[in-house]
Each structure stands twice: as structure tokens, then as C-alpha cells.
Design a binder for this molecule. Structure first.
Ligand code: FAD
Length: 488
């Protein structure tokens, strides 16, 4: 009797290696049909943004090729996930669907409803772990509560032992015999309508499993050793640039964790500062998911409810200047332009630019979160929401509100030679270092020599730093009052 096929439902796990669901399906010896379903309605507000759609297109091209190299054919479908899986099961006589767990609130709701719908059609749904180092439900305080603070979360995660070793990719996949219709990827129109916009992303990234591996190898070879010192420097390639690959699951955190450990131990023996800090960053990702799972309104509402009382401003002009990289603060503008051009921004500059929007311009963090969602290739519901709330001071384990980044000294400290600002804000590149982060303070002669006309070739600062700082702190009094009212 012919063995019933298995549908391998790909989601944010667009890889072959260390793919538990795929490996388990292959091990059964049953024929396999890999499928990807674009279900924008299920994701609702949090359907992939424009930069993520660009990435998704290319990642699917890459996965399709990688699967076909080992004998399987990726089928693309669009629309309601349950309907598509039921129809594919009907067409192929499949009796099982396997997938990797996802953790966005909409994705977990989808899994719950699918469980019921598929069971009604005698179709079994098997979910595997793989997107996170440890299942977040398993990491709890001794009282059984979810963690709200990172450091004890990190300790508790470590106490559960090393993450599982990654699995090798299957060398061959037995494909279903029948011909199954697939959508044409181009019809999904995932690529931007302004083709010039994607040019910078194309030059910067190689979506897909091979691109992920290449970035990991490069990082291990060049940057892991100096990671603890250089990870805060936007002017050098001091970080892994794995975030979009991790978000789309082209590489697993287990692969990153163990490859870094092996490299550091081979180079330095067991103790290695760069390795520890890199592992800790991977766990910040886990901690973000921990927050999203336990507080599913994290992307929309402040974790600390008092922040709903913050006296935000409605300022479309200022928001537009921030988005375009035209605030007059070079380090902020450099970051926003890097984001627009490449779909990515260095973590230090994300913190500076986010702090500027929230605390200098008093624009609600949700508006910055939405812009990042649309323009980041690594836009990730958990990490984006948790990080914006961290900067805003409204998050679980957030930076204290009074920590207001000074965009001038941050630029001077973390881009000491000005290479980052000069790259992204070329119109002020000829200014000497002393004035690069505050061009409006330069004497007229120096501005003239550098060809800079403040207000013409480069904007006046959109807001005065000292005034903005005082205004932001005054606004925080409303939060404190609201919090006191609540506890009274
Ligand atoms: P590395 O320094 O090489 O770190 C390795 C991996 O650890 C990263 O790829 C990432 O998966 C994880 N990581 C590192 N830092 C963090 C962090 N602070 N929080 C969570 N995970 C982390 N990261 C996203 O992946 N998606 C987002 O949408 C996102 N939005 C952000 C918004 C703001 C306002 C801020 C301040 C940070 C945001 N981050 C986000 C976190 C961080 O900036 C990026 O993960 C990091 O810059 C990615 O670069 P990398 O891969 O070179 O990181």
C-alpha cells in the first residue's frame, strides 16, 4: 500500500538544515510535499512590511532551489491557511501536516484553530520547536511566573543546559508523485513597486540559507573575537548581521550558538568574552519572545500601563523628517538613511534614533515601531516591540525613562572617526570631526570650507537638545502621576 504523504508547512523556518519538522518527516520514509502559504489576512496588521516582503520573495526563490536540489518541489499558495492545507491534503491524500512553531499572537491563534479544523478532516498537525533555543514556556521563575527581567531569564535559560545540537540537512527527499499546482511567485507582487528602493537591499544582502551561512562564517572569522568591544561601533562590521536570516529562519539560533562556541573554543579555550556576549544577544531575542508570548499586546500597548498617560505630540512634519533622515542630528540621520537604503540599522544607532523620536520629538513609540516594521528586513514582532518599549522606558526590563540619549555625544563616542556619519550623510562629510555631530555649532568659515550651508545643504536641528531633554522629563511626570493613581 502506498504511504500517505506528509505536508511540510514552511513558515519562518525557510531552511533545510536543523529543521526538526522536515527531518522528522523525511525519517518516516513517506513522500513529502513542502508548502509555503502567504496568509496576510491571518497576520492582520502585522503582515510582513515592504522590506520583509522583498526579503521573503528572494528567500522563497532560494528555498525552492535548495529543496529541488534534494528532490522536492516547493508549492506556493496564497489565502486562508486552513483552506489551503485542506485542499492540498485532498489533492495529495496527505494525512499529516508538520511545521515549526511560531510565536506571534496571530500565529499561535492560527495553530490553535488549525488543530481543530484539521482534526475534523482527519488530518494530523504536528508542531516542532526550532525557532528558539528553548521553548519559552519552559523558562519560568521558581514561583512559575514568566520572567520580566533579562538577567535572571538568561541565568534560568542557562540552567536548563546547552541548547540542542543542530541537525544536518536531509540529503534526499522523497517527493509526492502527483503534480500539484503552485502559485507563480511573481504574482504575489512581493517586490517593491519602486525598483530603485530595493537596489541598496540587493547590494547588501543574500537572502536564503547559503547567505545566512556566509554571514555566520564571516562573523566567526572576523568579528566574534572583538565582538564585546566592537559591537557598539556602527562604523565597523562588528556584529553578525544575522538578524534577517534568523527572523526568516534561514538559520537557527542553535546553529549560531554552537558554531560560535566551537570557533571560540578552538581559538581561545573555554572562556571567551566575545562568545559570552554573542550568546547573551541571542538570548535577548529569546527574552523578547518571552515577553510577546506572555504579554501579547506588547506591540500595541505599553507594558507599564502608566505610559498611556504620556503627553505625546502629534507632529507629522517631525515624523517625516525623522523617517527621511533630515532631523539635523547627523548620527540620527545616518541611521535612518542606512535603514532606508539597506533595510537594516546598527543596534546602537537604532537605540539613538528610537530615543530621539520618543524623547526629543515626543512622538509615540508605536509610530517608530510601525516605520521600522515596514522598512527593516529583519522586522520581527517580538524584537521590534520589546526593543521600542525598552527605549521608551515603558517595557518590562526597560532603560530608565530619564536615560535620554544625547545624539551629539553618542555620535562622538561610538563613531569616533566619523566614518559612519560621513558615509550616510555625505553632504557634511568635509566637516572636521569636532563639528561633525553638531554642524550648526561650526564657525561660518569652517562651514564655508566644508561646503555646508545649514538650512540649505543640511537641515537646522529640528529641536534643541537641552530644551527637548527637559520637556521629555517634564512629560514623564504624567506617567508617574498615572502610576501613583493606579497604585493608590
Ligand atoms: P548581533 O549583534 O550580531 O546579534 C546576534 C543576534 O542576536 C541578532 O541577529 C539578533 O537576532 C539577536 N539580537 C541582538 N541584539 C538584540 C536585541 N537587542 N533584541 C533582540 N534580539 C537581539 N532586532 C530584530 O531582529 N528585529 C527587529 O525588528 C528589531 N527591532 C529593533 C528596534 C529597536 C528600536 C532596537 C533598539 C533594536 C531592535 N532590534 C531588532 C534588535 C537589534 O538591533 C538587532 O537584532 C541587531 O541590530 C541585529 O544585528 P546583528 O544581527 O548584526 O546583531
Amino acid at each position: 500500500m502506498a504511504l500517505a504523504p506528509i505536508l511540510v508547512w514552511f513558515r519562518q523556518d525557510l531552511r533545510r538544515a536543523d529543521h526538526r519538522a522536515l527531518t522528522a518527516a523525511v525519517a518516516t520514509g513517506r513522500p513529502i510535499l513542502p508548502v509555503y502559504i502567504l496568509d496576510d489576512a491571518a497576520a492582520g496588521t502585522w503582515k510582513p512590511g515592504a522590506a520583509s516582503r522583498w526579503w521573503l520573495h528572494h528567500s522563497l526563490v532560494s528555498l525552492r532551489k535548495d529543496l529541488s536540489d534534494v528532490g522536492a518541489h516547493l508549492v506556493l499558495r496564497r489565502g486562508d491557511t486552513a483552506q489551503q492545507l485542506l485542499s492540498l491534503a485532498d489533492e495529495t491524500k496527505a494525512t499529516t501536516v508538520v511545521c515549526t512553531r511560531a510565536y506571534e499572537p496571530w500565529a499561535t491563534q492560527l495553530e490553535t484553530s488549525l488543530n481543530k479544523i484539521l482534526a475534523g478532516a482527519d488530518l494530523e498537525l504536528k508542531r516542532y520547536s526550532g525557532a528558539l533555543l528553548k521553548e519559552p514556556e519552559a523558562i519560568r521563575t521558581q514561583a512559575g511566573d514568566p520572567f520580566k527581567v533579562y538577567t535572571p531569564y538568561w541565568r534560568a535559560l542557562n540552567a536548563t543546559g546547552a541548547p540542542a545540537q543542530p541537525l544536518p540537512p536531509p540529503s534526499a527527499i522523497k517527493a509526492v508523485r502527483s503534480k500539484v499546482a503552485s502559485d507563480n511567485l511573481a504574482d504575489w507582487k512581493l517586490l517593491p513597486t519602486r525598483p530603485d528602493w530595493a537596489g541598496g537591499m540587493r547590494d547588501t544582502w543574500h537572502p536564503g540559507e547559503a547567505g545566512a551561512r556566509a554571514n555566520l562564517d564571516l562573523f566567526l572569522q572576523d568579528a566574534l573575537k572583538g565582538y564585546s568591544d566592537m559591537r557598539n561601533r556602527p562604523d565597523v562590521v562588528g556584529t553578525s548581521r544575522l538578524s534577517p536570516h534568523l527572523h526568516f529562519g534561514e538559520i537557527s539560533p542553535h546553529q549560531c550558538w554552537h558554531a560560535a562556541a566551537a570557533k571560540a573554543h578552538a581559538d581561545n579555550g573555554r572562556s571567551d568574552k566575545g562568545l559570552e556576549v554573542f550568546h547573551k544577544e541571542l538570548v535577548w531575542r529569546e527574552f523578547s519572545y518571552n515577553q510577546l508570548i506572555h504579554w501579547p499586546t506588547l506591540p500595541e500597548e505599553p507594558f507599564r500601563a502608566g505610559f498611556a498617560a504620556y503627553p505625546w505630540l502629534k507632529d507629522a512634519k517631525a515624523l517625516d523628517a525623522w523617517q527621511r533622515g533630515a532631523t539635523g542630528y547627523p548620527i540620527v540621520d545616518a541611521g535612518m538613511r542606512e535603514l532606508w537604503h539597506t533595510g537594516w540599522m546598527h543596534n546602537r544607532v537604532r537605540m539613538i534614533a528610537a530615543s530621539f523620536l520618543i524623547k526629543h520629538l515626543l512622538i509615540p513609540w508605536q509610530q517608530g515601531e510601525a516605520w521600522f516594521w515596514d522598512t527593516l528586513v529583519d522586522a520581527d514582532l517580538a524584537s521590534n516591540a520589546a526593543s521600542w518599549q525598552w527605549v521608551a522606558g515603558s517595557g518590562a526590563d526597560a532603560a530608565p525613562y530619564f536615560r535620554i540619549f544625547n545624539p551629539i555625544t553618542q555620535g562622538e563616542n561610538f563613531d569616533p572617526d566619523g566614518a559612519y556619519v560621513r558615509r550616510w550623510v555625505p553632504e557634511i562629510a568635509s566637516l572636521p570631526n569636532d563639528y561633525l555631530n553638531a554642524p550648526w555649532t561650526a564657525p561660518a568659515l569652517i562651514l564655508a570650507e566644508a561646503g555646508v550651508k545649514i538650512g540649505k545643504t543640511y537641515p537646522h536641528p529640528i529641536v534643541d537638545h537641552v530644551m527637548a531633554r527637559a520637556r521629555a522629563l517634564a512629560g514623564y511626570e504624567s506617567v508617574k502621576a498615572a502610576a501613583a493613581d493606579r497604585s493608590a
